[in-house]
Design a binder for this molecule. Structure first.
Ligand code: IPM
Ligand code: MN
Length: 356
């Protein structure tokens, strides 16, 4: 059986890190006897340069024909002056909607070896951080009605936050299913003291919670959640939240670990289809210099093995290899403490492949 993977290298360091992740997937294929077949497509700035569209229809077709998508990153200063609808980032939103990727999983893990990179006091993070942000990805204010209007205070613009019961039930179910395989705790984050959409969110999340009596369930208002994430991040296991709050809290959670260059993500649709990408951006300032950290892209490939292909052993092999290379003391520049020797993108990947 062939596993079909669409690769969207994208912009900046995207092509480098996805190139390394592909090498790791090939290594896994060789070691475990699987055949991974890659097809390549453009999105973001790379696509704008070639086709003047950030998300060509052909790219969506290539993704649909695959079982999973591996994405690098999109965007960069070259396209920053384009109007909102034409920006590279719009490609991400288009892919999410077109491919039905409603469940965004963003783990924030503090690697033991990298505890020094964590900006919080050691006593706050002792024992490690292992949070999974489950962000709703195809609804809410990102995709609600928007427009402009005239008011007494002059021209105005609006974006509507709307969630249906079905959308909340679906993402809440994902969060609880994840929690069952982890530490059995779900914290739903909303703004139910103010927003009607959040009150619906909270009611449906509580309904879904009833189906998972083993899972400890609670709610936080988003302002409190933002505070708790830096005050006591260890209290969290799975954070369940909306598209906008999840955008913000997942960035905060990644910074709490101090090593965004290590963090992967998955965006899942119904069935096992998923798109996998590093949490970090395109980092155009270091593109092409062989200094980017390929680990987040490589760990995204591990998530792909687990969630789309159901290849748990293979996923673990990748994750263990990354951890062992860290344990041996190898670091790319972004995660190296001062004075430590660093290695480049390709060497980091080669060492991870060797460790598999
Ligand atoms: C992210 C990004 C995107 C988002 C942008 C680039 C549209 O910030 O993936 O978190 O807001 O979802
Ligand atoms: Mn974001």
């Amino acid at each position: 059986m062939d596993y079909m993977i669409a690769v969207i290298p994208g912009d900046g360091i995207g092509p480098e890190v996805t190139g390394e992740a592909v090498k790791v997937i090939e290594k896994i294929g060789g070691k475990f006897g699987h055949s991974f077949v890659f097809s390549y497509a453009d999105a973001g700035g790379a696509a704008i340069d070639k086709t003047r569209q950030c998300l060509p229809g052909k790219t969506v077709d290539i993704c649909r024909a695959a079982d999973a998508v591996l994405l690098g990153a999109v965007g960069g200063p070259k396209w920053d002056s384009l109007p909102g609808e034409k920006r590279p980032e719009k490609a991400l939103l288009g892919l999410r909607k077109e491919l039905g990727l409603y469940a965004n999983l963003r783990p924030a893990i503090l690697f033991e070896e990298l505890a020094d990179d964590c900006p919080l006091k050691p006593e706050i993070v002792a024992g490690g951080i292992d949070i999974l942000v489950v962000r709703e990805l195809t609804g809410g204010i990102y995709f609600g009605e928007r427009g402009t209007t005239m008011t007494k205070m002059g021209p105005a613009a609006y974006d509507i936050e709307q969630y249906s019961e079905g959308e909340v039930r679906r993402i809440a179910t994902t969060a609880f299913e994840m929690a069952m395989k982890r530490n059995k705790k779900v914290t739903s984050v909303d703004k139910a003291n103010v927003l009607e959409s959040s009150r619906l969110w909270r009611r449906i999340a509580a309904e879904v919670a009833e189906d998972y009596p083993e899972v400890e369930f609670g709610n936080f208002y988003v302002d409190n959640a933002a505070m708790q994430l830096v005050r006591d991040p260890k209290q969290f296991d799975v954070i369940l939240t909306s598209n906008l709050f999840g955008d913000i809290l997942s960035d905060e959670a990644s910074q709490v670990t101090g090593s965004i260059g290590m963090l992967p993500s998955a965006s899942l649709a119904e069935g096992n289809f998923g798109m996998y990408e590093p949490v970090h951006g395109s980092a155009p300032d270091i593109a092409g210099m062989d200094i980017a950290n390929p680990s987040a892209a490589i760990l995204s490939a591990a998530m792909m093995m687990r969630y789309t292909f159901g290849l748990d052993k293979e996923a673990e092999a990748i994750e263990k290899a990354v951890a062992s290379v860290l344990a041996e003391g190898y670091r790319t520049a972004d995660i190296a403490e001062e004075g430590r020797e660093t290695i480049g993108t390709a060497e980091m990947c080669r060492r991870i492949c060797d460790a598999i």
